[in-house]
Structure formats: C-alpha cells, structure tokens
Unconditional design. Structure first.
Lengths: 397, 268
C-alpha cells in the first residue's frame, strides 16, 4: 500500500470569523497575507516531513476559498519537486471543467514532471460546480468539454515532432508544442476521482488510477465496479495500486489527544458545507434527470447526506465524531486504532492500493506535524507489516 | 381548442402551439419555458394566428447537438417562419425570447413587420464592471422567484406539487437556458452595434418593478432601436406576461392595430 499525505492548505483562522459561505462569496479582506504566508509555508513543511517519512504527496486546488488556498496544483508541486527527494507528487487534481486552456495544463504538468525527475502523478479531474461561476466555463455539456480537454492534454504529451494544430468543438490551437516534454513516457500516470460506479468503469477501461473521496463504506460499489470493468476490459485483475481512497486522518499518542485532533481535522468537512447554495450546482453541472430529482430534495447536495454506517443505521446529518469514524470517513485514534480502522476499511473495500491521508482542517501546526509523524512512523509500518504477512499467507500461484 | 403539435421544422423536432386566425404572431417564451396554460394564449389567439413553439432544448423540443448560441435559435426561427410561410409577422419575445427576437431581426426583417421586446436581455449598454442583467444562473429557486416576480408570493413554483414529467421539463429548461445564456451572462457583446438593422417598428414593454433588468435598461434599448416606443406595465416584475397577462395582451394588441403607429416613435 502507498500513502499520500494531503492537506487543503485552508485559511482556517477565518472559519469562525466568517458567518455564511467560506467559498466563492466571502471577502478576501479577512485573509491576512501575513497569516496566509506562514500557513502555506507550514503546509510545505508537512509535505517535506511526509517525504522524509517515506510517504508520497497529494495536492489539490480550489478557487476563492477559505477552505483551500491552493489555487494551482502545479504551483505547489513545482515547489515540492524542488524540496522533496523521493515522494511521488500527486495532483488530484487539475480541474479540466474550470480550465479554459488545456494546452497550458499539459505544459505545466510536463514542467513539474521534468523538474521532479519523473515523480508526477497527474489527476485530471472535472472540478466543482460552484467554481464554474469563477472560471466562467459553461456548466452545460461539461463532460464533452472535459473529454476533449483530456484528449488534447494527452495528445500534447505524445506529440514530439514539432507543432500540431487542434481544431475541436471546444478548443482551438494552431501551434501545440510542449517543451520540455514529460520525463515519464508516454506520460505521467493518470488519476481520476469518482463517486459513482459508472465513472469507475470508465476509469477502469482507460487503465487509469481511480480514487474516491471520504465516501465511507458505501465506496464498495465504486471499487467493485472498477475491479469488474478492469477484468472485462484488460483480461487481468485490477492492480491494487490502481485503487485509492481518501480519508481524513488524526493520530495521537493517546485516545483523548487523537479525538481532539480528529475534531479539528473533521472541521474541514463542516467547512465545505458552507458554500453559497445558489452556486453549488449550476444548471448543467449535473444531469437534468438528477436536477429534476433535486428540485424536491435540495438537502441532497451535502457532504453528509444519505450516508449509511456499516451497521446499516443511517448517519446523522451533521454526524458525530464517532459516526464519522464508524462510517470510514475519519480514521482517528492511537496508531494501533488507526491501523485497525484502515485495515478494516480496506478489507471491506476488497483492497485499496493507495491511502490518501488528509489532515489539516483546524489542526495547529505542531499537532499536525505530530499526527503526521505518528502516522508515517507508527501507522504505516503496522499496515505494511500486515500486508506482508498476508502476502506470505497467500498460497503460491 | 388548443392543440399542441409536434413537427419537424428546419430539421428540428419541436412542440408547437398554433391557435386562432388572422395576422401571425410568433410568441417567443422566456428562459423558463412556455406555459401552455397561460391566459395569454387565449387572449392573443382570439385576435391573432398565435404561433408559440418551445425553443429547441426547451419543453419537449429537440436540442440539436450543434446548437449552443442564441444565433442558432434565431436562424432556426427565421427558418420556421419561412417553412410555415408566415408573412407580416408580429414577433413577441419575453426576456430571453426577446433576445432571440432581436437576433432574428438583425439578420432579417423580411417577414417581420413589428416586434415586441418585453423585459429583454441580450444587449450590453453599461461599462465592463457593471452587471445590468442579473445572473439568473447563480440563484436558488427562492432567490430566482424574488428577482423575477414583483409579487413572488403568488408565483413561486411549488416543486413538491409537480409530476416527475413536469420536474424533468423544469430541469431541462434551466439547463438549456444556461447553455445559451451562461457567458457572456445573458448578452451578446456584438448585438448593441447591430440593433440599427432592426428597421421594423418595435414596442419595448417593461415590468415597472423588474429586478432582473431595470426599466432604464429598457429605455436604453428603445433609444438604440431605429423605430421603438417604450412602455411600462405596473404591478409586474421581469415577467409582465405572467403577472399582468391581460394588460400585456392589450398593450400588444393596441401596438399591432395601427401597424405603423410606432414608426418614428421615441423612447421616453
């Protein structure tokens, strides 16, 4: 199993100062640059530590948000390519819905891949609906535009023989010529996140790495769909390293410390609920049949909506800490407890190859570093030891 | 008796209502679709050959994959009035429908003799940092009703009382409206410089309490058109055709009666 450390680079000091949405609408005046700068440095220090602990790194991006100051995966990764040595650098990801210029996406990714000596893992993601009012990209027919942008990025990576042109439905270029070209050939590994079984099948057919985020035990359907489709499309079982899960994580030397930390990490999930309702789901972002259902069920657009606990009981909305742990959204406790929780979850999924470990939230700098250090030095060895024991126990093929 | 037809026009399958007799009136609905039960239908079809389609992508009308601009709809409607062989047409457009009507008329007024632009969107008058047309795509249903109606308590839709089929139409209309109107938000930056081509007389009709586009925007529009008159309807927001249908119908009828009365008219 591989481990990727992730933080959203949130400007959490303002979360309690702002009433209402933390994204898209709040004024920037509440983000003090003298506070923001050290906060970003703090996150870079965490990723440095993750590298030293033998873990990998994940970054993402959002826009006009107090929950995430990272406005470009590749900006952060360009720094990390320079200050880390071994970690794989995962962008999960570059939001193609919200990027008007996919040629630029290819250029920046190739740059990071070259700078890092071939350590880039490239997530091509759709992007959120509520950021479409920022990028001004039309929400309607977004999937058509997504796949054209995807095709263009890969074609730009593959083209090494001088300028090529692109005259598509959504994008037009007369001179595509990415210099420097990617270190990894033909291109860095591609990742795509999904919440649905249908998308998981598409990702499997393309032999891309699939990730699902904080969905809890309900994610089993996504893993099953991926494995089933992978076997059908490629004639072999899906490699474990193609399947990934992101969970919030808090580790403490004792239970009480861990629970306090867990609460601060999970505050991120509550912060993400604070999005302007009118901008959350612009028409066309979701299918019109889904939107027709949502007209009578607005509460459905929520991090916590309609999640079931493994016991079969419905999770409260908003949930308690204990429920989030039971649900597999938050792995929280002493190193032994976290290792057990992750093991149980991965077993229930039928195997997870990449655990994406989200901390941050409202954690203070020192406790975040300590939680990460405990994860890397205590939890990871426990999980790898168990994995090794399982491999030895398997009958020889 | 009102009969809704499904027919192919210019290669596009659309639902279309034709009722009444006399001079043809092409009614172009707003961005939330055609309300077939509106009292306006009876009021206008008693005086005109009332022709009201659901725009391509709206109601049950097909959306061709290559349609993504208001000019696609404008060319479609120019084809429609040719195929139905309508002449001396009075085109009445509301909000988004008025934008379509303007895009038709700048291309050709050959078969169009008069136009009514009610609470139109589509044109940019103010500076680059001024939003004259409310962003109807970033509002909750409740906020939307507040913007659109003078008295939203009477007209806020109750989705819990709709059938799945009706909800599907609401969602589809919203999606298609977004396709055509998302960016630039509900206008075509080129249209202002083309308005001089609309030589046919026009009535610019406005809800006095419009919170989507102000009456001043309507006055600017009337001033920018070669032969236009501006008129207000009290007790109405962005949809006077919904809030004051009888008044709306009577203004349209009065404008149409002496066909050239608006010629040389001025904005007020």
């Amino acid at each position: 199993m591989n481990f990727y450390y992730f933080s959203e680079q949130g400007y959490y000091p303002a979360w309690n100062q702002i009433t209402g949405p933390l994204r898209i609408d709040p004024p920037s005046s509440l983000a003090d640059p003298a506070v923001a700068g050290p906060l970003i440095h703090r996150c870079l220090n965490e990723w440095s530590l993750a590298d030293q602990l033998g873990m990998n790194i994940m970054v993402n991006e959002h826009h006009a948000s107090y929950t995430s100051m990272s406005i470009s995966c590749m900006l952060t990764l360009a720094i990390l390519a320079r200050i880390t040595k071994n970690a794989r650098l995962l962008a999960l990801g570059v939001p193609l819905f919200n990027r008007p210029d996919p040629y630029r996406v290819a250029e920046e990714a190739a740059y990071v891949d070259v700078l890092s000596g071939g350590r880039l893992e490239l997530g091509l993601v759709k992007g959120t609906g509520y950021e479409l009012p920022i990028s001004n990209q039309n929400p309607v027919r977004n999937m058509d535009r997504f796949w054209e942008a995807h095709d263009l990025v890969l074609k730009a990576f593959a083209n090494h023989d001088g300028p090529m042109s692109w005259e598509g439905e959504y994008f037009h270029y007369r001179n595509i010529n990415v210099i420097p070209r990617c270190w990894q050939q033909p291109h860095p590994p591609i990742w795509m996140p999904t919440f649905s079984a249908n998308n998981a099948r598409e990702i499997a057919r393309r032999d891309y790495t699939m990730a699902t985020f904080t969905t809890g035990y309900g994610a089993r359907v996504v893993f099953d769909a991926y494995r089933d489709e992978y076997q059908k499309a490629h004639g072999v079982p899906a490699p474990l390293q193609r399947m990934s899960y992101l969970g919030m994580v808090a580790v403490g030397a004792d239970k009480k410390t861990a629970m306090e930390r867990g609460e601060r990490v999970a505050s991120y999930a509550f912060a993400t609920e604070r999005t302007p309702p009118g901008k959350l789901n612009p028409p066309g972002y979701m299918s019109s049949s889904d939107n027709a259902r949502l007209l009578t069920n607005q509460g459905a657009i929520s991090f916590f909506f309609n999640k079931s606990l493994p016991s079969g009981r419905k999770m409260s909305n908003p949930p308690s800490m204990e429920e989030m742990i039971e649900a597999g959204m938050l792995f929280c406790g002493t190193p032994d407890e976290v290792a057990q929780q992750i093991t149980a979850f991965c077993d229930a999924m039928g195997g997870v190859g990449n655990m994406l470990v989200q901390m941050g939230g409202m954690l203070e700098a020192e406790e975040n570093l300590d939680s990460l250090r405990l994860f890397g030095s205590e939890v990871v060895p426990r999980l790898l030891k168990r994995q090794k024991a399982e491999r030895l126990a398997e009958p020889a093929q | 008796m009102i009969a809704l037809q499904n027919r192919s026009v210019a290669g596009v399958n659309v639902e279309l209502l034709q009722a009444g007799a006399g001079r043809p009136l092409l009614f172009l609905h707003a961005g939330d679709g055609m309300d077939w039960g509106s009292p306006l239908v009876a009021q206008l079809s008693s005086r005109f050959q009332f022709v009201a389609p659901s725009h391509p992508g709206f109601g049950k009308s097909e959306l061709p994959p290559h349609f993504n601009q208001v000019s696609d709809l404008a060319y479609f409607y120019l084809d429609l009035i040719e195929e139905l062989d309508l002449r001396d047409v009075l085109v009445v457009g509301c909000s988004f429908g008025a934008w379509i009507a303007m895009e038709m008329a700048v291309k050709s007024c050959e078969r169009i003799s008069q136009l009514v632009f009610a609470d139109a969107v589509g044109v940019k008058f103010a500076g680059r940092e001024v939003r004259e047309i409310a962003d109807l795509f970033s509002l909750t249903p409740g906020e939307l009703a507040h913007h659109v109606f003078f008295d939203s308590s009477r007209f806020t839709p109750d989705y819990s009382k709709m059938t799945p089929e009706q909800l599907a139409v609401v969602a589809r209309n919203r999606e298609s409206f977004t396709l055509f109107g998302w960016s630039p938000t509900l206008h075509n930056p080129k249209l202002r410089q083309r308005l001089h081509r609309i030589k046919a007389p026009a009535l610019v009709l406005w809800g006095a309490q419009d919170r989507v586009v102000s009456p001043d925007y309507g006055r600017s529009l009337a001033a920018a058109l070669p032969k236009a008159r501006f008129d207000l309807i009290e007790g109405a927001g962005h949809y006077p055709q919904v809030e004051q249908p009888a008044e709306f119908a009577s203004r349209v009828t009065a404008f149409a009666a002496p066909k050239l009365s608006a010629a040389g008219g001025v904005a007020r």
